[in-house]
Each structure stands twice: as C-alpha cells, then as structure tokens.
Design a protein around this ligand. Structure first.
Ligand code: SF4
Length: 80
C-alpha cells in the first residue's frame, strides 16, 4: 500500500504579514489569527517574527493556495 501522507513545514514571516486575513479565511485548518490579526500556524511555534509548524496531512494544496493568495509573500511551504 502506498503512503499518500505528505509531511511539510509551514512558516509565516510575521514581520511581513499585514494581517489581511486571507490565509486564515481560506484555510483555517492551518492558519489562525493572533490578537493583532497577524497569522500564526495552528498548533505551531510562534514568536514575534516567525510562526512555524509541521503537518502530516493531505491538505498541502490548501496551504499552497493560501501561500499564493498572501499579498505580502509571507508564507513559505516546504515539503520535508
Ligand atoms: S495572507 Fe499573508 S498577509 Fe494576510 S494574514 Fe495571512 S500571512 Fe498575513
């Protein structure tokens, strides 16, 4: 049986994030706002500058769509 699970890392450069809401509106599974409406990675590690997390699900296309829709190019997605 083929394992279709993908493991990937999502990183948000919170210094670039303009808190537009596009990512967490389109993909609330992986992105959520903090109290300033800047984006964070759900279940990830977040500090002032970076939020990052690793996922093992099949929803990387949703994350990539959010990445493409980010007007600040603040989201990076890397398959690992
Ligand atoms: S789409 Fe980009 S700029 Fe908008 S909230 Fe998400 S990370 Fe921030």
């Amino acid at each position: 049986m083929v394992n279709l699970m993908v493991e990937y890392k999502v990183e948000i450069d919170r210094m670039l994030c303009i808190a537009c809401g596009a990512c967490y509106s389109s993909d609330p599974v992986h992105f959520e706002p903090d109290q300033t409406r800047k984006s964070t990675v759900v279940g990830g590690e977040t500090d002032e500058n970076i939020s990052s997390g690793v996922f093992e699900d099949e929803e990387i296309e949703d994350v990539k769509e959010a990445q493409d829709s980010c007007p600040a190019s603040a989201i990076n997605v890397t398959e690992i």
